[in-house]
Design a protein around this ligand. Structure first.
Ligand code: HEC
Length: 109
């Protein structure tokens, strides 16, 4: 194999790998609504170590969903930061499932 072929070989692999990553990110990537949670709970669900916000990493998705719906219909009140309740109200059912799945799969440490 001469060097021209070799370069082409690597180029094809690069394209294959990057398109695979793009597809993986589409299928399993973080839901866009996550932007709304990151400021308080962090992308990994550990709340940036800030004790004012609960750690939600690795919580059963069913619990996360239940909590959000309880905030939505005011069955559960927000203790100190009403923003969590306001946040919950704006989420669609699909978004609730998406964030629950996402945070549910984050490692709790
Ligand atoms: C402005 C900060 C803030 C944002 C943004 C926010 N949260 Fe919260 N979240 C809180 C606070 C504070 C609490 C605790 C509420 C209380 O009891 O007063 C909480 C509670 C929760 C709980 C309940 C945890 C438990 O122990 O039962 C879940 C689940 C949750 N948030 C998920 C989310 C998700 C998902 C998003 C994004 C859609 C989000 N939060 C956005 C601050 C926030």
């Amino acid at each position: 194999m001469n060097s021209k072929h070799l370069a082409g070989f690597y180029w094809v692999r690069l394209v294959l790998i990057s398109s695979l990553l793009a597809v993986t990110n589409l299928a399993f990537g973080s839901p866009p609504v996550l932007d709304k949670c990151v400021a308080c709970h962090g992308a990994d669900g550990h709340a940036h170590g800030n004790m004012a916000f609960p750690v939600i990493a690795g919580m059963p998705p069913a619990h996360i969903e239940e909590a959000i719906y309880a905030y939505k219909d005011a069955a559960r009140k927000c203790r100190s930061v009403p923003l969590m309740c306001d946040m919950a109200k704006g989420l669609s059912d699909e978004e609730v499932v998406g964030v629950a799945e996402y945070y549910g799969t984050q490692e709790r440490f």
